[in-house]
Ligand binder design. Structure first.
Ligand SMILES: Nc1ncnc2c1ncn2[C@@H]1O[C@H](COP(=O)(O)OP(=O)(O)OP(=O)(O)O)[C@@H](O)[C@H]1O
Ligand SMILES: [Mg+2]
Length: 226
């Protein structure tokens, strides 16, 4: 993203952000409530249009980007409202959709990836339950599992551990550490504190009022979980 600007309701929420994420980067996006963190990650993915500047995903403008199986997005909240209730397994399996087509329906590899993702977030025994009946922290883990199931190259996670208990946070941190190790995945995650992720996050971008006020090594004060 170069000079990325976003206006919402006539207010500049992103005020010219330059951000380049390299393959293998593990980047934490931090800053106070309302700083523009969620807006930034949505704009990076083309979910919110820029009012100025430009952004690319693997070299393509978001509107022209086609290879969505390379990207796993964990939104800050489950956009679940109305519609048909889905089971936990169905929501997680939807993370495989970008890998499927009319010509290649659900395969054994898809089912195995969904099983692994459910296991990783500790929801195997809730797989048949209705996702909207789960607690907030459990729903967050469903969203994480959905992204894991897609086996993307880059994870974009908006406060994946907000409202998630300490044990589940530690389990997620261990999973992410594995993804960044030999697997070499790229991770962009919004968080209020690095907590157990401190050991493998190598870069922190701090936003305030839509401006980047820090881009570099995480600072020690960022360690607290939140
Ligand atoms: N759809 C919208 N219309 C108008 N203003 C919006 C909209 N979405 C967000 N905003 C405003 O943009 C600013 C940044 O919001 P954003 O959600 O990006 O913040 P954030 O850094 O993710 O905060 P949090 O830590 O609470 O998640 C806030 O002041 C918010 O009120
Ligand atoms: Mg946010």
């Amino acid at each position: 993203m170069t000079g990325g600007r976003v206006r919402l309701d006539g207010r500049e929420v992103l005020a010219g952000v330059d951000l380049r994420v390299e393959p293998g980067d593990v980047l934490a996006v931090m800053g106070p409530n309302g700083a523009g963190k969620s807006t930034l990650v949505k704009a990076l993915l083309g979910l919110i249009p820029l009012s100025g500047g430009r952004t690319e995903i693997y070299g393509a403008a978001p509107a022209r980007f086609r290879d969505w199986k390379r990207v796993g997005y964990v939104p800050q909240r489950l956009p679940m409202g109305g519609g048909v209730p889905s089971t936990v397994r169905e929501v997680v399996a939807s993370g495989r959709v970008a890998r499927q087509s009319r010509w290649r329906p659900t395969s054994a590899a898809d089912r195995a990836a969904v099983d692994r993702a459910l296991e990783t977030v500790g929801l195997t025994d809730r797989a048949r339950d209705s996702a909207h009946l789960l607690s907030g922290g459990q729903q967050q883990r469903v969203l994480i599992a959905r992204a894991l199931a897609g086996e993307p190259d880059v994870f974009v996670m908006d406060e994946p551990t907000a409202g998630v208990d300490a044990a589940s946070q530690a389990a997620l941190a261990a999973t992410l550490r594995d993804l960044t190790g030999d697997a070499g995945r790229t991770i962009v995650l919004v968080t209020h504190g690095l907590g157990p992720m401190e050991s493998f996050v190598d870069r922190a971008l701090v936003l305030e009022h839509g401006h980047v006020v820090h881009d570099g090594a995480p600072q020690t004060t960022m360690g607290a979980a939140g």
